[in-house]
Every structure is written in structure tokens, then in C-alpha cells.
Design a protein around this ligand. Structure first.
Ligand SMILES: Nc1ncnc2c1ncn2[C@@H]1O[C@H](COP(=O)(O)OP(=O)(O)OP(=O)(O)O)[C@@H](O)[C@H]1O
Ligand SMILES: [Mg+2]
Length: 288
């Protein structure tokens, strides 16, 4: 059995003001996975992933990252292993230029300046922001700020990339490009990707596994089609499967495979069923 890269063990977490956000959460993240964490507002999604890279430490329980307990590992070491792109990118941006913003983490790691400049350019090109390298991050649009925040995390080359609400503030095309970028980081570079999202259509297409949070507890954790295949259980967390999955469930009994998650899957199934039927009809015709 593969060792998890991140292991959350019976974690309870309370904020300093006493708000309790997690009630005994346990989950593992395996190297090379691409997964989503979903759940309604305030269910604890952001809290749990901030525990993954030590921004927050468990009140009770443990989080183990690459064999090390986050309670004792340094934040800079954890940030190199697990990158977190904030839900609100303004909280992540402090420097005077986009270029400096992306270079910041690398400077902390005392990398040579030549290497820093090269990595900054590569990271900004990846998210199509190289032409804005000298702009003031504070004045960028929400979507652009988020792209700079992503570049700053990519530059550190972490094993795990966590993106909190990657589609917020982006138009559909840009949101889709983003998800494709993370998908290729997973496929081509073996990065572990964790999306946090409200939008069910994107996890259906891009993630193999879904963890559903509800009131600070893990309600469900499984393969995407298995989780979406239990709408009654999902309802408890006010999460609804994408329309195409709901349609497939209604067509149960008509020969549709029940692992349909996307329009492309549905197209494949429709084609198969139509072709099978026309073969049967032809055979029946020949039999007459
Ligand atoms: N800094 C904080 N101080 C006190 N309570 C907090 C803080 N941040 C979050 N909470 C509370 O902790 C709980 C979990 O919040 P969290 O932000 O993890 O949820 P979420 O699932 O990410 O929600 P959203 O979908 O709105 O981003 C909520 O009750 C929230 O109000
Ligand atoms: Mg959140």
C-alpha cells in the first residue's frame, strides 16, 4: 500500500476566538493524486487545507506531511512541500511588483539571483502574466491577483498544490485554462493537486476523488462517480451532483454506464448505445 504524503489524524481545530471549525477530521492525501474538497460555506474546507501546510496547527490530533509532524516542522520547509493558493489572493500579496511577489519565497530560500529570475519568468509565463511582471500587484484585477498568487506558489516547486476556489474571479475560459494547467502539472510532472470548490462541474471533470465536508466533519470520501452516485447522502452537505450526473441517474435502466461525469462521457455513452441498437436492428432486419 502506498504511503500517504499528507495524513490528517483525528484533528479538532478551534480558532483563537473559540469558533470550532473541525470536529475529528481524518483523511489521507496520496502522492500524485488529483482531488477536490467540497462542501457548503463554513464547512471547514479552508481550515483543513491550512492544516496541510502548517499555516494552522491542530488543536488536538496530528497532521503528518512527508513523515513529519506539522507541529514541529518549520513553516518554510512545509511551504516548499505543500503550496497553498489563498481563496482571497489579496491576503497573499504584499510586494511592490509582480516580479518581486513571485521572487519573494525564493529569496527567503536564499536561491542564487540568476536562478530566481529564471524561475520567476517561467512561473509568470505559465499563467500568462509575464507581460505584467513590473506592475503593482495591488492594482491588478481579482483574477490577475489570483494568477500571481499561483505563480508565487508554483515558483517554489512544491509536491502538493492546493488551490482554494480556483474559479472565483475568473471568467469561464480562464477558469477552464487554470484547471487544465493544474491537470497538466498532475499528468506531466506528477504533482499532487487539491482543488477546493463550490462548483461541482469542475471536480466532475478534473478530479478522481472527492472529499465532502459538512459542519467540520468529513461526510464522504471516495471516487468522484461513487460520491456523486449517492445524492441522498450528498444532500446532507447541500452539495448537488452536476446536471449530467443527475440525468444519468434518471436514465438508470436504459443501459447507460453509471460513471458518466461529463458531457464527453455522456456523448460516448449515447454513441455506444445508438450504435449497439442500430447493429441489433440491422441483425433483426437480416433475420427477417
Ligand atoms: N479566522 C477565523 N476566526 C474565527 N473563525 C473562523 C476563522 N476562519 C474561519 N472561521 C470559522 O470556521 C468555520 C470554518 O470556516 P472555513 O473558512 O474553513 O470554511 P469554508 O468551508 O472554507 O467556507 P467558504 O466556502 O465560505 O470558504 C466557519 O464557522 C468559519 O466562520
Ligand atoms: Mg474557504
Amino acid at each position: 500500500m502506498q504511503q500517504p504524503f499528507i495524513s490528517v489524524k483525528d484533528v479538532h481545530f478551534s480558532y483563537p476566538d473559540g469558533t470550532k471549525a473541525l470536529f475529528g477530521a481524518s483523511m489521507d492525501v496520496y502522492p500524485g493524486e488529483i482531488m477536490s474538497i467540497v462542501g457548503q460555506n463554513g464547512s471547514g474546507k479552508t481550515t483543513i487545507v491550512k492544516l496541510f501546510n502548517g499555516i494552522l496547527k491542530p488543536t488536538t490530533g496530528d497532521v503528518i506531511v512527508d513523515g513529519k509532524n506539522t507541529k514541529t516542522e518549520s513553516s518554510s520547509k512545509l511551504a516548499q512541500k505543500v503550496g497553498y493558493v489563498y481563496q482571497n489572493p489579496s491576503l497573499q500579496l504584499f510586494r511592490n511588483s509582480v516580479r518581486d511577489e513571485v521572487a519573494f519565497g525564493l529569496r527567503l530560500l536564499k536561491k542564487p539571483e540568476e536562478e530566481i529570475q529564471k524561475t520567476v519568468e517561467e512561473s509568470l509565463r505559465m499563467i500568462d502574466m509575464w507581460d505584467k511582471a513590473d506592475e503593482y500587484p495591488f492594482l491588478l484585477s481579482m483574477g490577475e491577483k489570483q494568477r500571481v498568487a499561483i505563480a508565487a506558489v508554483l515558483a517554489l516547486g512544491p509536491e502538493v498544490l492546493i488551490v482554494d476556489e480556483p474559479t472565483t474571479g475568473q471568467d469561464f475560459k480562464r477558469a477552464y485554462q487554470f484547471l487544465k494547467l493544474f491537470e497538466s502539472m498532475n499528468k506531466d510532472f506528477g504533482k499532487t493537486i487539491i482543488f477546493i470548490t463550490h462548483e461541482m462541474r469542475f471536480p466532475a471533470e478534473f478530479s478522481k476523488r472527492i472529499v465532502v465536508l459538512s459542519d467540520g466533519k468529513i461526510l464522504m470520501d471516495g471516487k468522484t462517480h461513487e460520491v456523486f452516485g449517492q445524492p441522498e447522502e450528498l444532500k446532507k452537505s447541500y452539495v448537488y451532483p452536476p446536471a449530467i450526473v443527475q440525468l444519468t441517474a434518471k436514465l438508470n435502466g436504459y443501459g447507460f454506464a453509471q460513471d458518466v461525469l461529463t458531457v464527453d462521457d455522456m456523448h460516448r455513452e449515447l454513441k455506444r448505445i445508438v450504435e449497439e441498437n442500430s447493429t441489433l436492428n440491422r441483425a433483426a432486419g437480416e433475420g427477417n
